[in-house]
Design a protein around this ligand. Structure first.
Ligand SMILES: Cc1cc2nc3c(=O)[nH]c(=O)nc-3n(C[C@H](O)[C@H](O)[C@H](O)COP(=O)(O)OP(=O)(O)OC[C@H]3O[C@@H](n4cnc5c(N)ncnc54)[C@H](O)[C@@H]3O)c2cc1C
Length: 374
């Protein structure tokens, strides 16, 4: 058996990377095992929105955590740049969650009231206000929820910055090594079995995204998870068409540094197939053009797809295996894994160190969850 680590992390996406970074900062000897390339799956497919207020309702158990995680980005941007040299391209120009119908407008106005009551900033923009803020958006919009602090980053660069920073702090990273099983003794984890041999540790953290459930079956745990494909495309513009992220039902446009706009994303449940479909991209083009007619004049860049890790109740799983001490799980971040990555790293590092935290209870592994897709 190979040398002993304080912790082994399965999965080199944004969640595994963030946990590795936090554990390394606490002086732990960590090994990250990735079956493919680092950040090659959902974490590089993401649009990078930090949509704590746009994506979640104030009564969602994730809401407070998501807002705290979003608040960690400015300091994290500096810290990751210093340790890895990678700029995560944090943009804090806010988000417009737009209404195309009167019904959507009423829903958003209610959402604003609830969020303001929870102490968060959000305001209603009329159609005339939108024209001033974003003159190229469609005239047909009924209004928008303006969320000044829902920013965005480069998802792929964030994931890379976490793993590079972790490596700078001494974390070992092995790509193209798949974890196939766990080693245990008397209900305690002792290591993992991989395609290149065994590695030992008294702490193993599974952060395998949509693929976590396959591995966890080996440890006798059946979490209710679903792979959900998302397709995107990007265009290049020679002048900025929009400044803020535009978010609507079934389509968003994220203006990136350097004149790109990412348009996403389809939602196709129960598939690990990462091919991009004509039908998915055609739907996105139709929706994007409805929001921003000027997008028709931009230059095509590329398409891609990724698999989001969804759970039956939409909440991630954070916890320790009930019958196997030292086996931890952090998965199921669905549409918000980029946003939630900083706080997940901290929560999981606390858990590995045995520090109690009430915030875990809504995300525990043994909660009752029903499948949402058959
Ligand atoms: C199109 C799209 C758009 C999105 N947009 C946003 C957004 O704007 N904002 C946001 O916050 N989130 C967004 N998301 C969601 C976000 O991308 C995910 O929630 C997040 O990336 C999940 O990270 P992860 O590390 O858990 O999973 P992944 O990035 O999938 O990483 C898991 C890794 O584990 C590896 N692995 C699995 N099993 C094993 C094994 N047995 N051994 C070794 N390695 C293994 C995999 O190869 C993979 O690299 C989007 C997702 C998609 C698909």
């Amino acid at each position: 058996m190979n040398s002993v680590y304080d912790a082994i992390i399965v999965g080199g996406g944004v969640i595994g990377g963030s946990i590795a970074f936090q554990l390394a900062k606490r002086g732990k000897r960590v090994l990250v095992l990735e079956k493919d390339r680092l950040a090659g799956k959902a974490s590089s497919a993401a649009a990078g929105m930090l949509g704590a207020q746009a994506e979640l309702e104030a009564d969602d158990p994730l809401f407070t955590l998501a807002n705290r995680s979003r608040g960690m980005f400015p300091a994290l941007e500096k810290e990751l740049k210093e340790s890895s040299g990678v700029d995560i391209e944090l943009v804090n120009k806010g988000m417009l969650k737009v209404a195309l119908t009167n019904e959507q407008a009423a829903g958003l106005q209610n959402k604003i009231k609830t969020q303001q009551a929870a102490g968060l900033e959000a305001e209603w923009l009329t159609a005339a206000d939108i024209r001033k803020a974003e003159p190229l958006l469609a005239n047909a919009l009924k209004g928008a929820m303006y969320i000044p602090h829902d920013g965005q980053v480069s998802a792929a660069k964030l994931a890379l910055a976490f793993t590079k920073s972790a490596e700078e702090l001494g974390v070992e990273i092995k790509e193209f090594v798949e974890v196939c099983d766990f080693l245990t003794e008397n209900g305690v984890i002792t290591g993992v079995v991989t395609t290149v041999g065994e590695f030992s540790s008294e702490n193993v953290i599974v952060a395998g995204g949509a693929w976590s459930a396959f591995l966890l079956e080996k440890a006798g745990i059946n979490l209710v998870t679903h792979p959900v494909k998302g397709e995107c495309f990007s265009v290049l513009t020679n002048r900025p068409l929009i400044e803020k992220t535009i978010f609507s039902d079934g389509c968003y446009l994220v203006p990136k540094i350097g004149g790109r706009i990412i348009v996403g994303a389809t939602v196709k449940p129960n598939t690990f197939n990462q091919q991009v479909s004509i039908d998915g991209i055609a739907t996105l083009i139709e929706k994007a053009t409805r929001l921003l007619p000027a997008i028709k004049g931009t230059e095509w860049e590329k398409t891609w797809a990724g698999i989001r890790p969804q759970t039956g109740d939409g909440l991630p799983y954070f916890g320790e295996h009930p019958a196997c001490k030292g086996l931890f799980i952090a998965t199921g971040h669905f549409r918000n894994g980029i946003l939630l990555s900083p706080i997940t790293g901290v929560l999981m590092a606390d858990m590995v160190e045995g520090k109690p935290n009430q915030e875990w209870s809504a995300f525990r592994l043994d909660r009752s969850v029903q499948p949402i897709f058959s």
